[in-house]
Design a protein around this ligand. Structure first.
Ligand code: AZC
Length: 797
């Protein structure tokens, strides 16, 4: 990067304000200043970006393209400054102008083009890829609305559109009209014999979409490497304007990139989702193949220069789309095209929940992407032909792509690629033993594990500056560029002075969060209490309800004995429920009403508080995670593929309270049993119940009076205004036999919570454990995770 001084930054910053806004710094708003600074950063990185791109082209470097329907970057300003190594310099320059960098940070809007873990992981990878110097680019959709904005009204979740994109565009992006491509959907396709005997598709009545890319630079950490995240937007092609004569026609097209996961309850919504998936895949792949073609190398060897990653099944059409391009546009034979396509493609599975394994009705598929449908049909036929007679017919029936009139996207991704990975050790084992065991029989060599990781610079240096400064003081600054150096903290675990310093930092972070809660909800929180946090999507398997049951138990204890002293606790929840997920929304209502009840009950003497944090997102996480004492990772064992907030919390010195699920197991291995609190059934115990069909929640309920009293609190009027929700929950737990085993795990959970309350009284012992977690969090850096993808799956390093 060009050499910068404080003076130069000041001069350039002023110039930007003059040029873009015709304004002096003193009169500028935080918004204007933010935009000016962001544009300046883009200017500064441009030479690196151009050089790096030229280098890739000139050296014909193999490049990986990470296709994902979600990216969840949050805000970019601080990360970009940090990675460029100019954070302090810019902060000082702005201070000289009487400007607080944090005001500019506040002006940036969260880019929330994702739901949760899967999208956030994609963004951590976007940060890590340039950091390890790997040519790896993102490919996604430029949604005009992000994941909905959550409001809580009378305790209920209300969803509002998240209009994150300013009308004049996102400051970090650059529109590239010259790189636009056309994507065809609908219509009919006929295969017409050519003179040489080949069959060529002829299209009739298709609709053509214009895919326009917007590029967002992804800056490596202190290494002058800049990669790209390409997000596609849709426009109406001038040439085909007549196909869209009415405003309604145009709106339908614009809708394609309007919103992430359109409601798929209707056929129209389903069509929109399918079009989104094809749109992103086709635009991306056409571009990739075009740039490969420029190298002048044989198409049959495209896998030597290109790797395409299918992040969850949404981009699975990459397989037939690449086949289409190679066969229809570049005249490759089927076998040749197939051989290279399968070596280009790789796939990550992010969940064992069967409802999340995507399937499409064949008739809808055929209507929207008729040529792709033909190719998928051929992939299916070839697959059946290849395995017929070699394995049991039943296995083929269960693994083929088209089954009972449905296209199975996971099957397509596995058959059409060379690698399938899970996202934590246990998850990969479960894929192999259970969810994908038929495929493991056919293709054992494709399976591998890549445990998730997180962009640790964001979750420490940016989110927790006080802890970072303390680490600098204690172990030197090396950890900032090499997080494995956090292990140097091991030497100080038992030092009471240092323990105290870490305690002070935690208390200050808790105060920041408490201030936020006071400002937004008017609730006073005692920061000497344990801050106990569960933030993640609301889902039955994540068991927010188990946490709620424990809170009810504490509440009942305190009401029974008004003189009882417990270690004070504040329970925090942050969670969005999918708009159509009734049960999850009922849990949100229950939490809010319970919070209302508890927070206003003076007889509890401030020993118990419950806070539901509205609109949980990346920025809010940056405030919450550093303030946590306890990290709740309490999913039913075997259900949470990995989890990534668990890694963020440990890095920030929270103690994990967990089941042996997902990456919790690897966290336990990293910190040792004494520095994590494990409870409940493990995966084998859960699977034993499945195998024996012997789980009986009513029996547990009938035989455990304490538990019964807690469960009955949902319906006996204890929690006001939740009559309907209370019965729904009671039914789920008792009438429908408690699918996620909350009742079975309840006692142990309560016991381990009590243990935590005891432990917290000994500040030194607690801090030693917290520091042990920080010291051993380095292994969960996404820099290392992505390096394994780069070496073992994509072959780009
Ligand atoms: C999530 C998993 O639920 C979570 O355990 C994992 O850490 C994360 O992916 C990243 O791998 N899954 C999703 O967000 N969504 C789907 C459809 O799996």
């Amino acid at each position: 990067m060009i050499h910068l001084t404080k003076e130069k930054i000041i001069e350039d910053f002023k110039m930007r304000l003059h040029e873009d806004f015709m304004i002096q710094n003193a009169e500028a708003t935080a918004d204007e200043r933010f935009i000016a600074l962001a544009k300046l950063i883009k200017c500064y990185v441009m030479p690196d970006w151009l050089r790096h791109r030229d280098e890739i082209v000139k050296e014909q470097k193999k490049t990986a393209y990470y296709f994902s329907i979600e990216f969840l970057p949050g805000k970019m300003l601080q990360t970009n400054l940090l990675n460029l190594g100019i954070y302090d310099l810019v902060q000082e320059a702005l201070a000289d102008l009487d400007v607080d960098l944090m005001d500019l940070v506040a002006a940036e809007r969260d880019m929330a083009l994702g739901n949760g873990g899967l999208g956030r992981l994609a963004s951590c990878f976007m940060d890590s890829l340039p950091t390890i110097g790997a040519p790896g680019f993102g490919n996604g959709i430029r949604y005009k609305y992000g994941l909905f904005k959550q409001k809580i009204v009378n305790g209920y979740q209300v969803e509002l559109p998240d209009a994150w994109l300013p009308s004049d565009g996102n400051v970090w992006e650059t529109k590239k009209p010259h790189a636009a491509v056309d994507v065809k959907i609908y219509g009919n396709v006929y295969l017409v014999p050519q003179e040489n005997g080949d069959l060529k598709p002829v299209y009739e009545n298709v609709k053509t979409l214009h895919a326009v890319p917007y590029d967002i630079t992804q800056i490596g950490f202190n290494n002058n490497v800049v990669n790209n995240l390409r997000l596609w937007d849709v426009e109406i092609p001038e040439k085909y304007e007549l196909d869209y004569p009415t405003l309604a026609d145009r709106r339908r097209i614009e809708d394609i990139t309007s919103v992430l996961y359109p409601d798929d309850a209707t056929r129209e919504g389903k069509s929109l989702r399918l079009i989104q998936e094809y749109f992103m895949v086709s635009a991306g792949l056409q571009t990739i193949v075009k740039s490969y073609a420029k190298m002048g190398l044989p198409m049959a060897q495209i896998h030597e220069k290109v790797a395409v990653h299918i992040n969850d099944t949404h981009p699975a059409m990459a397989v037939p789309e690449l086949m289409r391009i190679l066969i229809d546009d570049y005249n490759l034979e089927w076998e040749v095209a197939w051989a290279t396509t399968t070596q280009v493609m790789s796939y990550t599975n992010h969940t064992v929940l069967s409802e999340a394994l995507e399937k499409w009705d064949a008739d809808l598929f055929k209507e929207i992407v008729p040529r792709i449908y033909q190719i998928v049909g051929e992939i299916d036929r070839q697959f059946v032909k290849t395995w017929a007679g070699k394995v049991e017919a039943a296995i083929i029936d269960r693994t083929r792509v088209i089954q009972n009139g449905q296209i199975h996207m996971a099957n397509l991704s596995i058959i059409g690629g060379h690698s399938v990975n899970g996202v934590a050790k246990l998850h990969t084992e479960l894929l192999i033993e259970d969810v994908l065991k038929d495929f493991y029989l056919l293709y054992p060599e494709k399976f591998n594990n890549k445990t998730n990781g997180i962009a640790q610079r964001r979750w420490s240096q940016i989110a927790n500056p006080d802890m970072s400064a303390l680490l600098d003081k204690q172990i030197g600054k090396g950890w900032r560029s090499n997080v494995h150096e956090l292990s140097k903290l091991e030497a100080f675990l038992d030092d009471p002075t240092i323990q105290h310093d870490f305690y002070q930092v935690k208390q200050a972070n808790k105060q920041r969060l408490a201030d936020y809660v006071k400002k937004t909800q008017g609730i006073d929180l005692p920061i000497h209490a344990i801050f106990d946090v569960q933030v993640k999507r609301l889902h039955a398997y994540k068991r927010q309800l188990l946490n709620v049951m424990h809170i009810i138990k504490l509440y009942q204890d305190l009401k029974d004995d008004p003189t009882l002293d417990i270690t004070p606790r504040v329970f925090f929840f942050g969670a969005k429920a999918a708009p159509g997920y009734h049960f999850a929304k009922s849990v949100i209502k229950i939490i809010n009403e319970l919070a209302n009840l508890i927070n206003h009950d003076e007889s509890l003497r401030n020993q118990l508080k419950v806070v539901f944090l509205e609109n949980y997102n990346v920025s809010l996480a940056e405030l919450i995670v550093p303030a946590a004492d306890v990290s709740e990772q309490i999913s039913t064992a075997g259900k949470e593929a990995s989890g990534t907030s668990n890694m963020k919390f440990m890095l920030n010195g929270a103690i994990t309270l967990a089941t042996l699920d997902g990456a919790n197991i690897e966290i336990k291995d990293a910190v040792g049993e004494d520095n994590i609190v494990i409870f409940g059934m493990d995966k084998d115990a859960v699977y034993d119940h499945y195998a024996r069909h012997d789980y009986n929640s009513r029996q547990i309920y009938d035989n455990n009076p304490r538990l019964k009293r807690v469960v009955d609190a949902f319906t006996d009027g204890t929690i006001p205004n939740t009559h309907y929700e209370g019965y729904e929950i009671w039914d789920a737990l008792i009438s429908y036999n408690d699918e996620y085993f909350l009742l079975e795990d309840f006692d142990d959970y309560v016991a381990k919570q009590a243990y935590i309350s005891e432990l917290y009284k000994d500040k030194n012992a607690w801090q030693a454990k917290a520091m042990k977690n920080i010291a051993n969090s380095g292994r969960f850096t996404s820099d290392d995770t992505i390096e394994l993808y780069a070496r073992e799956i994509w072959g780009i390093l």
